[in-house]
Design a protein around this ligand. Structure first.
Ligand code: BG6
Length: 471
């Protein structure tokens, strides 16, 4: 039987659903200069907001003007919590102002009040693939040490303003995406950085990560000072990278691949750099700006829990030059966007992460991006029910059979929103369908999918309706 306080809910991110990108004093964010892409066409990052381009995040699903109807439906599903993020550029439009934008702060007052109307606990990410564009353009984003102060000011402003309304915080969404430097999306959305051709990208990546670690650790300390009740987590992209075979070299390749994946949480949970990364810096002759004060800060700012997203798994094969090569897992099926579907991988990663850290885990994203069809005001998304059910069952096994401590489960997404990687609305994850043409006419345009009723029952029974599949 699950704990009665288990946090069932759903998740979203400000830049992907709020819209109102330039309303009530909001500044441009790094997500506002990303064009629409598709499964075959990457999004472009433009140098400013250009009039002839299409920017899907500008409208999102217009939650800004329809939050009441949308939160009401989430409450009807029985959500105990709602994971959302605060748009940094709504609070500090440029990011380096002395005073916050009152209209931006007031918007989240209204949203949190609406959540509490239904006893729904807000779970808040401070920076979810988003920061003021001005900081990226004029300060070089997280290449610059000054970002630590700007972030801390933003975080502290939020902790103070919402201290009686928000207890669960996370600092940077999927901070470990930075490790993958091949895709420019990661450094741009995560840190406001575009790598130059002639720079040592690996060195820059470790440097910007370091500044974020320090900023995150300072934020943890600030949150605790403001209220001892605050719980601050990190947020990682997790998923197993299994060995490609039983060959010892492939087994070792998997260990190295998982170290890379866990590097960020190793620092944020343990408050110190792991030895394997110090060796790597030495071998690669990296010169990093890391002071003794920074290291003391990391030590004092360990997170309380580990929030993570789980979507897919892969395999690692030995490679003599790079230690390992990551490859698709031939034993699992794939979504229409090529993402591996592996429910057992969720139980696996819960076990591995819990053994590594012995800290509470929080599954703050998990879901299926699919093409949905609205017919007669209905969406029969049996494929999503199947996906979510299989994952929830594996989570319940991890909790009930393996003893892993899990705080909650917030599938991606509570409601259809703009896809982060492709900028499409067609890649839908929600339990609530959003009909964009209606939104463009100023309506909410929201419909319950079949998965809505399925999830409602799971929450109402606190997972007991799936008990026969667990034991
Ligand atoms: C996670 C992000 O990586 O995956 C979300 O935290 C994102 O912001 C989600 O939307 C699904 O990815 P996508 O690209 O399919 O929207």
């Amino acid at each position: 039987m699950l704990d009665k306080n288990f946090l069932w809910g759903g998740a979203v991110a400000a830049n992907q659903y709020e819209g109102a990108w330039n309303v009530d004093g909001k500044g441009i964010s790094v997500a506002d200069v990303m064009t629409k892409g598709s499964v075959n066409q990457p999004r472009q990052i433009t140098d400013d907001v250009l009039h002839h381009q299409e920017y899907p995040n500008h409208l999102g699903i217009d939650f800004y003007h329809h939050y009441q109807e949308e939160i009401k439906l989430m409450a009807e599903m029985g959500f105990k919590c709602f994971r959302l993020s605060i748009a940094w550029s709504r609070i500090f439009p440029h990011g380096d102002e002395d005073k916050p934008n009152e209209a931006g702060l007031a918007f989240y007052d209204r949203v949190f009040a609406e959540c509490w109307k239904y006893q729904m606990e807000p779970v808040v990410t401070l920076s979810h693939f988003e920061m003021p564009f001005y900081l990226a353009k004029h300060y070089g984003g997280w290449r610059n040490r000054k970002m630590i102060d700007f972030f801390l000011k933003f975080a502290t402003t939020c902790f103070q303003r919402y201290q009686s309304k928000v207890k669960y915080w996370m600092t940077f969404n999927e901070i470990n995406n930075l490790i993958d430097t091949d895709d420019p999306f990661n450094a741009w959305t995560g840190a406001g950085v575009l790598y130059q051709e002639d720079e040592n990208v690996e060195q820059t990546m470790y440097q910007i990560s370091h500044y974020q670690f320090v900023a995150s650790a300072l934020a943890v300390q600030a949150a605790k000072k403001i209220s001892a009740d605050n719980q601050v987590g990190c947020m990682l992209h997790f998923g197993p990278i299994y060995p490609a075979s039983s060959q010892p070299l492939d087994q070792m390749a998997s260990v190295k691949a998982m170290d890379r994946r866990f590097f960020f949480s190793d620092v944020q949970v343990r408050g110190a750099y792991p030895d394997y990364v110090k060796q790597l810096w030495k071998r690669h002759h990296l010169q990093l700006d890391i002071t003794a004060d920074d290291l003391a800060t990391l030590h004092r700012g360990c997170v309380d829990y580990i929030g993570f997203s789980y979507y897919k798994s892969s395999v690692a094969e030995f490679d003599s030059k790079t230690d390992f090569k990551e490859k698709p897992n031939p034993h699992v099926s794939k979504s229409d966007w090529g993402w591996a579907i592996d429910p057992v991988g969720l139980r696996y990663i819960l076990n591995v992460a819990y053994e590594r850290y012995q800290k509470p885990l929080f599954i703050v994203e998990n879901g299926l991006g699919a093409y949905d069809k609205l017919e007669n005001n209905q969406v029969n998304d049996d494929y999503r029910i199947q996906y979510l059910q299989a994952h929830v069952v594996q989570m319940l096994k991890a909790i009930e059979l393996d003893g892993v401590q899990v705080l909650g489960y917030t599938p991606w997404a509570a409601i259809d929103i703009v896809s982060a990687s492709t900028g499409e609305m067609a890649k839908r994850y929600g339990l609530i369908y959003v009909n964009l043409p209606e939104v463009q006419q100023g309506k909410a345009g929201i419909y319950r999918k079949k998965s809505f009723a399925w999830y409602q029952k799971v929450i109402a029974t606190n997972g007991e309706c799936l008990a026969d599949k667990v034991r």
